[in-house]
Design a protein around this ligand. Structure first.
Ligand code: C2E
Ligand code: MG
Ligand code: MG
Ligand code: MG
Length: 288
């Protein structure tokens, strides 16, 4: 049993902290047990088009710990990624998201929603990654074009040929791809043109100081210009203020995700954003 340091358990496994080898091993064991005990939950942060429509959400994993409460991924995902655990964990996330997509089918208010999930390097590099995704889509009945896989720049660049082959195969099935935390890695036009991507996701670190730090405005404008030429969608993450959203829109950004529009929430709360206060059958029948 890992001893919690005071009430702020979230900081306990902060990846920035030096975690001793024994604590790391203990956390790994705890994560393994948590997988078996089904203690992970997927929360959903809404994503919006410029016109105000909710287009979908990003699935973000949380650990519903029996004593520590809801633990954010920053406290454990790093350790999971360094071990093999991220593979079954990532697979659970993928399956959960696909089951959710399937559950929304047939509901006219919800069936258009897309779901993005984060895929870590070790998971993506598994030999059977493509086969597993195809299998989950088939088993759940989720529509592939509603599933978006978020890959980081460093993952994409690490083995470009393998990346191109895997993305290429999944693209033929309809699955979409987004580059997460874009701009923080080794952005290279050369690889961007080689990869059949759909979306770039501007890292929140650039969004944070928009209108304040001139270089960040330049970076964001450059990313948007590049994406326009490559015909890629752009979503900005970490949008917290109206001022940031306004500048992003002015620079040509069309999709937004951030606390300004909505925090990551359990699925029922996400659905409620689209079915507001429908308390009676009459309400449900009302035209909107
Ligand atoms: P990410 O994929 O870049 O996700 C965005 C993170 O920014 C999320 O943190 C989200 O809650 C947070 N965020 C969203 N809007 C705002 C905002 O307006 N302001 C601020 N300050 N933060 C905002 P979260 O959920 O703690 O996840 C952190 C990271 O953990 C994710 O970054 C992702 O890299 C990783 N992660 C989360 N879920 C999974 C997963 O299922 N699999 C893998 N491999 N990684 C995951
Ligand atoms: Mg992400
Ligand atoms: Mg991100
Ligand atoms: Mg990030």
């Amino acid at each position: 049993q890992v001893k919690s340091q005071g009430r702020n358990a979230l900081c306990f496994f902060d990846p920035q902290m030096q975690i001793s080898i024994s604590l790391r091993a203990q956390l790994e064991a705890d994560l393994q047990a948590a997988l078996t005990a089904r203690q992970f939950v997927l929360h959903y942060q809404p994503q919006f088009h410029l016109d105000g429509r909710m287009v979908g959400a990003e699935g973000l994993i949380r650990w519903q710990h029996p004593e520590r409460g809801l633990v954010a991924p920053g406290a454990f995902i790093g350790v999971a990624e360094e071990s093999e655990l991220i593979v079954p964990m990532g697979h659970w996330v993928l399956r959960t998201a696909c089951e959710q997509l399937a559950a929304w089918q047939g509901n006219p208010r919800l069936q258009h929603l897309q779901l993005s999930v984060n895929v870590s390097a070790r998971q993506f590099r598994q030999r059977d990654f493509v086969a597993r995704v195809v299998e989950v889509l088939r088993e759940t009945g989720a529509r592939p074009h509603l599933l978006k896989l978020e890959l980081t720049e460093s993952l994409v660049l690490d083995n470009v040929d393998d990346t191109i082959a895997k993305i290429g195969t999944l693209k033929t099935k309809g699955v979409r791809f987004s580059v997460d935390d874009f701009g923080t890695g080794y952005s290279s036009l050369a690889y961007l043109t080689r990869l059949p991507l759909d979306q770039l996701k501007i890292d929140q670190s650039f969004v944070h100081n928009l209108g304040v730090r001139h270089t960040d405005d330049v970076i964001v404008q450059t990313i948007l210009g590049m994406a326009r030429n490559l015909e890629l969608d752009v979503i900005a993450e970490g949008v917290e203020t109206e001022a940031q959203k306004k500048l992003l829109a002015q620079y040509g950004c069309t999709y937004f995700q951030g606390y300004l529009m909505g925090r990551p929430v359990p699925v029922a709360e996400l659905e409620a954003l689209l079915e507001p206060a429908a308390t009676t059958a009459e309400d449900l029948d009302m035209p909107r």
